[in-house]
Design a protein around this ligand. Structure first.
Ligand code: SF4
Ligand code: FE
Length: 490
């Protein structure tokens, strides 16, 4: 396994094409806006090095028998699924942000079982290719971005019906040694901190969409790939000299980018689906299912937010006010409810035909549906408890100013035994999580990541077996279907 330092060093060797504010980023690893997100991802290596976290962070590969980082593991039983979410909650607590590495893990687990099913149905050899590729990923302990979301153009039209055929990534040329693809993937979490990218289709496809049924892996610095960095609210605060308090979290962060695939060549041995439109839905459903389980990461971030809200109350001198206590209890209740669903869908996991384990789809979708709502309520309660100062307090530069500083310390003090600076710090953390750079990960990503709320409702409807529930009601109410039919009551 790589150490944190080896991971960071390995990123320096990539020739990533990243653009921000209209210019190419020359040094991606040390860029002040990007670096906090790299630190979050690096935590997935850092914690794997700590003996006390080994049980969560390290797994044994079923492919090689070697110790591997759990983020590269193909889940072998329900216990693996449970450890996965415990690891994610823990890393959410440590970073208070998105640590990005889950998408590649979820993509790999979706592809592992789907390539197996494809080969069984069609006699292809995608599974063997994928296993070979993924064994290399495990051995090298690489970071893989999972790229699903196409830009989609006119949402009312299927991929092949779009006016611009590139709105969904597709094959534009076939060669004996591979294919050339073109398109873009939006909202790519962690791509700038990854070595490799696995591309998958974004929706179920029909036979006429054959060229869109493509899944493959390429290095993130492959010829033809470039990224346009996503802005986050308050991102340029990170460019301020010595920025600390005003960042709320000066160490960790998340990252998204629009990734363009401008005629990228993919060699045959890295293609895991090509034309099997009937299996596109399986990849999407399985990846989404695993990623909807993964959103337990937000529970870890929620733990930090609850702690911040409780500290804000302490510093304001009102920790025992009954309404404050009740709001904190509500926050804990919502947070643990998300955890319950994450645990439940993991414990109820089942073996796929390939032997790997997948989550219970219904419960994973319920989990993510809760995640589209509860963090917003947690954020509202944290802002309620913190008070308006969270968004009106002066900058760190004012606090450090010789003339203004003493006034700020005097008038923005809460309890007299608590330093004003600490009160300002906790407010900035709440601002960061609910309005600033981390709100991308904690709120909007909770809404739309792994599929927007409606996507889960469709799955919940599909999984719920309403007819069986109607049969239960009929049995209890002694409903006799034979009485129905002809208009017998008149
Ligand atoms: Fe992992 Fe959560 Fe970030 Fe998704 S949002 S990559 S599950 S930390
Ligand atoms: Fe996500």
């Amino acid at each position: 396994m790589k150490t944190k330092q080896e991971y960071i060093d390995s990123l320096r060797e990539l020739d990533l094409k990243v653009y921000m504010f209209g210019k190419r980023v020359e040094n991606v690893v040390d860029h002040p806006i990007i670096r906090p997100s790299l630190n979050s991802l690096a935590a997935t290596f850092e914690y794997a090095e700590k003996p006390e976290y080994e049980d969560l962070m390290v797994a044994t590969s079923h492919l090689t028998g070697k110790k591997i980082n759990r983020f590269t593991h193909i889940h072998q039983n329900s216990d693996d699924l449970v450890k996965k979410i415990k690891m994610q909650r823990m890393l959410g607590q440590q970073t208070a942000s998105c640590f990005q590495r889950c998408v590649g893990m979820d993509a790999a687990n979706a592809l592992y079982s789907t390539t197996y099913d494809m080969d069984k149905a069609n006699g292809t050899n995608y599974h063997e290719r994928f296993v070979k590729y993924w064994t290399w990923i495990q051995d090298e302990d690489l970071v893989v971005d999972g790229a699903m979301t196409d830009t989609k153009g006119d949402r009312g039209k299927s991929p092949s019906m779009q006016d611009d055929p590139d709105q969904y990534l597709h094959v534009v040329e076939r060669r004996p040694d591979g294919v050339v693809v073109r398109g873009a993937k939006a909202h790519q979490t962690g791509m700038v901190n990854s070595h490799e990218v696995i591309v998958m289709p974004t929706i179920s496809l029909r036979p006429e969409d054959k060229d869109y049924a493509i899944s493959f892996a390429v290095p993130t610095d492959a010829e033809g790939i470039f990224m346009i960095y996503g802005r986050q609210s308050c991102d340029t605060r990170k460019l301020e000299e010595g920025a600390d308090i005003d960042l709320g979290n000066n160490t960790y962060g998340g990252t998204e980018a629009l990734v363009i695939f401008d005629n990228v060549f993919v060699p045959n041995e890295r293609i895991f689906m090509d034309g099997e439109t009937e299996f596109a839905g399986s990849i999407v459903e399985r990846f989404a299912g695993f990623h909807r389980q993964s959103y337990v990461c937000k529970v870890g971030v929620g733990d930090v937010l609850i702690g911040a809200a409780a500290l804000a109350a302490d510093y304001n001198g009102v920790p025992r006010a009954s309404h404050i206590r009740d709001k904190l209890i509500e926050m804990v209740h919502l947070n643990e409810t998300m955890y319950c669903c994450g645990l439940a869908c993991s414990h109820e996991g089942h073996a796929t035909a390939s032997g790997s384990y997948e989550i219970d789809m219904m419960l994973a979708n319920v989990n993510k549906q809760n995640v589209t709502r509860f963090p917003y309520e947690l954020a509202r309660l944290a802002q309620d408890i913190a008070g308006g100062l969270m968004v009106t307090q002066p900058s760190e530069a004012d606090l450090r100013d010789e003339t203004l500083g003493p006034y700020i310390r005097k008038y923005l003090r809460g309890r007299s035994d608590v330093a004003t600076e600490n009160r300002l710090r906790v407010n900035r953390l709440i601002e960061n999580l609910t309005l600033g750079t981390a709100a991308v990960g904690y709120l909007t990503e909770s809404m739309h990541g792994a599929g927007s709320p409606q996507a889960q409702r469709i799955m919940i409807q599909r999984q719920c077996n309403m007819e069986a529930k109607k049969a239960l009601a009929k049995r209890i109410a002694h409903i006799d279907d034979s009485l129905n039919g002809e208009n017998t009551e008149h």
